[in-house]
Design a protein around this ligand. Sequence first.
Ligand SMILES: NC(=O)c1ccc[n+]([C@@H]2O[C@H](COP(=O)([O-])OP(=O)(O)OC[C@H]3O[C@@H](n4cnc5c(N)ncnc54)[C@H](OP(=O)(O)O)[C@@H]3O)[C@@H](O)[C@H]2O)c1
Length: 169
Amino acid sequence: MCAFRPPVYAIAAIAQNKVIGKDGRLPWSIEADWQRFLKLTEGGSLLMGRKSFEDMQREPKWRDDGRRYAVVSRDNALAEPGLVEVFPTAERALEESCRWGQTVWVCGGSGIYSALLPACDQLHLTLIERPFEGDTWFPEWRDLFPRRTASEALEENGLSFAFTVWERE
Ligand SMILES: NC(=O)c1ccc[n+]([C@@H]2O[C@H](COP(=O)([O-])OP(=O)(O)OC[C@H]3O[C@@H](n4cnc5c(N)ncnc54)[C@H](OP(=O)(O)O)[C@@H]3O)[C@@H](O)[C@H]2O)c1
């Protein structure tokens, strides 16, 4: 790990049954959550698996928003100097993105969260108050991060959810 270690935070939106994805996409559309994601991660490094990155690339402005991407994949063809760097493991992606000197946001998917939650300082979780059908899940986090230190309840199009922050003991 580099000498100066920037903050490392995980960020995710999670259904009541821990689903986070379906068919390579988010199973819901919550504008307030997307705006929160953009606001929190502004000026940061985004670390994610290849499938999550492909989902991110569907956002028209993903490359113009000042963020840097550390993508975990065996396919180095995704790399774009100065914007997207590709790493063979989640651990390497974390080690190298820490050297970029800006807050690292661990953005999924499942395997990336499982590998890197132990290295995170804080979790920013949007908890959606109903189950969704899906094929990708968030791991159990309350053993590592038992303290919910913030919670803001909201509703959009009849869907209730809360922006929460979780910390260690
Ligand atoms: N709700 C949320 O907050 C949230 C957040 C993120 C993603 N999602 C959703 O979750 C789904 C994608 O997540 P996912 O778990 O299926 O895939 P993912 O982690 O985004 O991507 C999987 C790919 O990443 C690479 N990879 C991941 N872990 C690796 C490891 N430990 N070692 C080496 N390579 C690794 C591999 O790429 P290669 O095959 O190229 O080698 C693997 O096929 C989508 O539906 C997305 O919309 C939701």
